[in-house]
Design a protein around this ligand. Structure first.
Ligand code: AMP
Ligand code: ZN
Length: 664
């Protein structure tokens, strides 16, 4: 088999697996096999840049960075939709249609997905462009980002029109959204409010590698173009499905408005079982000829109508506003409600977000309030029923002092929330920080759980994480529900955590914005805790991927004598506060400041090992040759175009052994 055929057949195979997995939700090989094939293709492509294809499955992982999104005028305008809220509205709409159309009219009912609308352009079966809706006439070119969404086919299957646009919605399923938020919380960051804004925000990220990490999906619902080869919307959906698009199965043909209503009623209940948000139903005249006759108003098609589900809403009494203190000291006001049934669950509490929100809605204790479960996962208060406000009601005074430790609260410019800055004397912050310290991704202390931490703090046995290491079995035995065996496990678990590597210890310290990835970067660069503690701001921001915000937070943490005291204690207990000798032995600064491109196949090391060697020795691996490249490490079968470019730019080309000599 020629190399070209080999590459093409791998691409086809991987495309099919992507399709099975992401569009049909029905994978036919396991992840490992898939990764192996992908790796094989990556290697072949690296060796043979002459067979480059912008739509290769290897490009799904992102890599392209967009500084400014180019504005693109839509070939077919992206209209809005008119809204309806009742059966009467729909009957009125039908009447207007019947005035213009003779004979029977059929409808297609689809779910209205709540995400970011998108127009994809395909030519000769290849994705050429992805553009946001923008103002409907023109939007932003976000192709590089959309290519990383696995359910968007880069190349179509079967028969496809020469050129067409297809419209859809990019959504973030709840599951992925919740996972992203868990990770943000762990890094001490504010969680995202709702999946829709997060989905549209993702499309405007500059680094497509970041977009590739987000579990976005693209659901398609309509094609635009000439000679599409079908006569109805319903056939169009089926056609799109056959070309490999993810077209939701919920779409249904309805012969009358009554059947439309049936569809609406069904989904009003069952939408809560869907993996992503929907805010209504879209009803479209099925026949494309009839659609054309009906045409458009200035803003929306006359042949389509959105039916908005009523966000489920109830009114109940707000008994009390309380305030929670988080691990980072952030204050969240909470509405304690008279329990009430809403969308199948009993709601007792709702977040009030911050002081501005309370002021904006003029929410007061004793008010009758409307609670809604909309796009957001936590129910929210959307308004006050002022007609029921008690006559002696007084405006809410936002707290000025921490409800737990009575320290005066501060609110910095740009922050939505108030903070209690008494990090080391405020119980919920102390408990939260120790809970973070022992968590799975941090010190992973077996035999110790969040509840026990709270108990230990409240009993006065510990007041910071370093105290854990002074605990004895005798100390903890008297605790509630602490048996001999569990006490032993707890102490053994704490002891064992002394072996946890430095990067996880650094993450465990709970420095704001220092999540797992940042911790790794800092450890790699500074090698030990003292170097990090003594680094200046300029020095910190010079580290790859460390920005001002992180640098300031690190400085603040280490400027505290108390924190430095904890670190000294942790050191004395024997925790890993520097990179291990073994790791260090393999790390140097030889390649500091050097940008290196690797190409071809290697004999004594794999490509991945080679890249790791470069990074371990302080160099930066970059994927394409530019005037900034310092070296090109050339393996066997390197593509001629890379070599030409390197020669043209007078970049030193090293063989595998020349490179290895440098670092050894
Ligand atoms: P609106 O933004 O309320 O004017 O509604 C129009 C938007 O609904 C479109 O731009 C699409 O992004 C979105 N939408 C979601 N699902 C569908 C669907 N099945 N058919 C048409 N539009 C949809
Ligand atoms: Zn406090």
């Amino acid at each position: 088999m020629s190399i070209k055929t080999q590459i093409q057949s791998l691409r086809n195979e991987l495309r099919e697996h992507n399709y099975n997995y992401y569009v049909l939700d029905n994978p036919t090989i396991d992840d490992y096999e898939f990764d192996m094939k992908l790796k094989q293709l990556q290697e072949l492509e690296a060796k043979h840049p002459e067979f480059y294809d912008p739509n290769s499955p290897t490009l799904r992982v992102g890599g392209q960075v967009t500084k400014n999104f180019e504005t693109i005028v839509h070939e077919h305008r992206m209209y809005s939709l008119d809204n309806s809220y009742s059966k009467d509205d729909l009957l009125d709409w039908e009447k207007r249609i019947k005035k213009n159309i003779d004979g029977p009219v059929e409808f297609v009912c689809e779910l209205k997905y709540d995400g970011a609308s998108m127009s994809l352009t395909y030519e000769k079966g290849n994705l050429v462009r992805a553009v946001t809706r923008g103002d409907g006439t023109q939007g932003d070119d976000v192709t590089a980002n959309v290519k990383t969404i696995k359910s968007v086919p880069l190349q179509l299957k079967g028969n496809y029109p020469e050129k067409f646009d297809i419209r859809g919605e990019i959504v973030l399923p709840f599951e992925g959204f919740n996972k992203m938020n868990e990770e943000r919380l762990e890094a001490g960051e504010e969680p995202y409010r709702n999946p829709r804004n997060t989905a549209s925000g993702s499309l405007k990220l500059q680094d497509s590698t970041e977009v590739a990490k987000r579990p976005l999906e693209c659901l398609l619902y309509s094609m635009k173009g000439r000679n599409l080869g079908f006569n109805t919307q319903f056939e169009g959906l089926e056609h799109a499905r056959q070309m490999g698009f993810k077209v939701p199965k919920a779409a249904k043909l309805a012969k009358s408005i009554d059947e439309v209503i049936e569809f609406v009623n069904y989904w009003d209940v069952h939408r809560h079982d869907l993996p992503y948000e929907t805010d209504g139903v879209v009803i479209k005249v099925n026949n494309l000829q009839q659609q054309e006759e009906l045409g458009y108003t200035a803003k929306a098609p006359r042949w389509a109508m959105a039916y908005k589900f009523k966000a489920e809403q109830v009114s109940t009494r707000l008994n009390e506003i309380t305030y929670q203190v988080g691990r980072t000291g952030a204050i969240t006001p909470v509405a304690n409600l008279e329990p009430v049934e809403l969308a199948g669950t009993t709601v007792k509490r709702a977040s009030l977000h911050n002081a501005d929100q309370i002021e904006k809605l003029d929410i007061r204790e004793g008010d009758e309030v409307y609670v809604e479960k909309g796009g957001e996962i936590i129910p929210k208060i959307i308004a006050v029923d002022f007609s029921k406000r008690p006559s002696d009601s007084k405006p809410t005074q936002y707290i000025t002092h921490c409800p737990e430790c009575h320290t005066e609260l501060t609110r910095q410019e740009g922050d939505a929330k108030h903070y209690c800055l008494n990090y080391n004397g405020c119980n919920p912050q102390i408990i939260g920080r120790i809970q973070h310290f022992i968590s799975r991704k941090a010190m992973d202390i077996e035999g110790l759980g969040g509840e026990t931490v709270a108990l230990l703090v409240n009993e006065g046995l510990i007041s910071n994480y370093s105290d854990l290491y002074a605990l004895t079995k005798e100390d903890v035995l008297p605790l509630e529900r602490m048996a001999e065996k569990s006490a032993e496990n707890l102490i053994t678990g704490i002891e064992a955590s002394k072996q946890i590597p430095f990067e996880r210890v650094l993450f465990a310290l709970g420095i704001r914005y220092v999540g797992e990835t940042v911790a790794k970067k800092l450890v790699k660069h500074y090698k030990n805790i003292d170097a990090i503690a003594n680094a200046s701001k300029e020095d910190l921001v010079s580290v790859d991927e460390i920005g001002e915000r992180i640098a300031e937070s690190v400085l603040e943490f280490f400027s505290s004598e108390i924190n430095r005291g904890f670190i000294e204690k942790l050191k004395s207990y024997g925790l890993q506060l520097e990179i291990s000798a073994e790791k260090l032995a393999n790390q140097t600064d030889i390649l500091k400041g050097q940008s290196i491109v690797v190409s071809g196949v290697f004999e004594s090391v794999s490509r991945t090992e080679l890249k790791k060697l470069i990074e371990d020795n302080g160099g930066k691996v970059s994927s394409s040759i530019s005037s900034k490249t310092n070296y090109l490490v050339a393996g066997k079968n390197m593509g001629p175009s890379k070599r030409n470019k390197a020669e043209l730019l007078k970049i030193s080309i090293l063989t595998e052994s020349e490179f290895l000599d440098i670092i050894r």
